[in-house]
Structure formats: C-alpha cells, structure tokens
Design a protein around this ligand. Structure first.
Ligand code: KIV
Length: 303
C-alpha cells in the first residue's frame, strides 16, 4: 500500500534530529506494480453509480490521514465540519468557522490525493444568501484547494446550490439528519420515519438534483427510504446510517479506526483500536524515559 504514495518519502533535514522515514516496501518478486489510479472526478462517481460500483468516502482533516486514506483506495476525502467535534473538541459542528475549514482543507489538499477532495461549508457560511454562499464556496476552492463543496439542507438550500454550481463549483448535498440543524431537529435523531418525513426527503432529493448537486449524502434515514431515493435520482447517493442500498458509503475516519473515544453511533463499524494502540505506545515511551532506557546508544549521535 505504501507504494501508492505519490510523493517521495521526506529526507531528514541535514543535521536534524528526525530519523529517516521507514523505507517503502517493494512489490513482491513477480508481482505487478499497482496500476496508477486516475484522479476521481464527479464524472467518475457518476460512472460508478451507473456500473453499480460502490463509492467509498471517508472524512479526512489532516495531511497524514489524507495520504493514508488515498493510498487505501478511498474515492472521496471529505473535510467534514465534524472536525469541530472529532478534532477540535467542540460539542457540535456549530462553532466551526470558514477559517477552520480552509486550514484543514489545505492540509488535506496538500496530499495531492487521487481521491476527490470535498470540503463542508460550515454553519452560517451559506444560509444568509446565495451571494455569501458562493463567496465562501469559492474560498474553500481557491484558498483551501477543495475540488467540491458540501452543504446541508433540502429545498431551503436551493438558491445557494444554484449559485455555487452555476459558478462551476461542484456541490454535494446532504439531507436526512443534518447536524448543523441539531437544535431544530431536537437532537441527533433518525429522520424520515413517518410518511410526511419520507415525502419531504423525496422532494428534497429531487430539488437538490434539479438545483445542480452532483451527489447527495443521506444521513440517518431508514434503509428502505434511502433505497427509494437512490432509485429515484440520477446522481449518486452516499449513505451514513442509511443502509446498504445507497450508491456509496461514508463514515467518519476516527470512528472507523477507533480514535473517537466517546460514544459511537449504531451504524459505525470499527476496524481498529488506534486509541488503545496509541495509549499503549505512549505508556511504553513514558516507562522507557522514566527508567532511563530511552534514548540508548542506537538513538543517540556519537562524536
Ligand atoms: O461532517 C461530516 O463528517 C459529514 C459526514 C458525516 C457525512 O458531514
């Protein structure tokens, strides 16, 4: 997997104290080198929907994880405003600012991933009027390096989407549980549980498609409803807590790798326990330093 990284491993600075990065593993004898991946664009995602090939999106908020996720073959890196909770320690996504989003989008974009980089428009950056929405979407692209933006809401976000998409910036919609509306929704609840809710979601999905969205996130809705929406729209649906019938799946990276130490929702499958592994490594380091076992001669300069 390391061989898929495109940039060369960094050399230690002359005279610096940093150890060289471990060498990248060569392909096994006789193995074909992995075919270089083409850049993922909105056209790629549309073709994947047509071929019924599942789209994989994960969140990424920094450079090392962007590189790792890209090397793992993820199609879309979402610089989600979940960074407010996952990385910055806020209680919800509402305090996240344009400055936070630009800062983290830059770090992800600097990985120059083959995956498409989508950045969230944070709370109050697109709700006031379409002009402000377009200006802020433009900042995420121009200063942040995003290749597309995502915003929450159904028909009410239509004017903003039309303005942004009309200026040539791809827009991903987000309906169902929309965390920026947590106070209006009364908490992080599954949406579309009754007939009115389902009708509203269907109308919102159609409205976002007509407004020019190239893809839709469906969050926390019953799987039968997600299946209906996915069949009704031409654009790819990417589900989170929306069951297996969407065109793709997205999860928060820190949930997947067990770096989120608080509550995790029912729809998360955890594939590693990086929090525990990190703690064990740091406890070992603390012990070594306290006992005087680190640094030893192997990790010290002579002369
Ligand atoms: O901010 C985010 O991480 C998201 C995903 C949960 C879709 O919007």
């Amino acid at each position: 997997m390391a061989s898929k990284f495109r940039s060369a491993p960094r050399k230690p600075e002359a005279g610096g104290l940093r150890a060289p990065q471990p060498a990248q593993s060569a392909p096994a004898a006789g193995a074909q080198p992995a075919k270089p991946r083409a850049k993922v664009t909105r056209a790629t995602l549309h073709e994947m929907k047509q071929r019924s090939e599942p789209i994989v999106m994960v969140t990424a908020y920094d450079h090392p994880f962007a590189r790792i996720a890209d090397a793992a073959g993820v199609d879309v890196l979402l610089v989600g405003d979940s960074l407010g909770m996952v990385v910055l320690g806020f209680d919800n996504t509402l305090p996240v600012t344009m400055e936070h989003m630009i800062h983290h989008t830059q770090a992800v974009a600097r990985a120059r991933p083959k995956a498409m980089v989508v950045a969230d428009l944070p709370f109050m950056s697109y709700q006031v009027n379409a002009e402000e929405a377009l200006r802020n979407a433009g900042r995420l692209v121009q200063s942040g390096g995003a290749e597309a933006v995502k915003l929450e809401g159904g028909a009410r976000s239509r004017a903003a989407i039309e303005a942004i998409a009309g200026a040539g910036i791809p827009v991903m919609g987000h309906i169902g549980l929309t965390p920026q509306s947590v106070h209006q929704l009364g908490g992080y609840r599954v949406q579309g549980r009754d007939a009115d809710g389902v009708e509203q979601l269907m109308q919102d999905a159609q409205s976002l498609q007509e407004a020019g969205c190239f893809a839709l996130v469906l969050e926390a809705i019953p799987m039968a409803v997600a299946r209906e929406i996915t069949a009704a729209v031409r654009i790819p649906s990417i589900g989170i807590g929306a069951g297996p019938h969407c065109d793709g799946q997205v999860l928060v990276l820190h949930d997947i790798i067990g770096l989120q130490m608080d509550w995790t929702p029912k729809f998360v499958r955890r594939y590693a326990d990086i929090a525990a592994a990190t703690r064990a490594a740091l406890e070992a380091f603390v012990g070594d330093v306290r006992r005087g076992d680190f640094p030893d001669r192997d990790h010290s300069y002579g002369g």
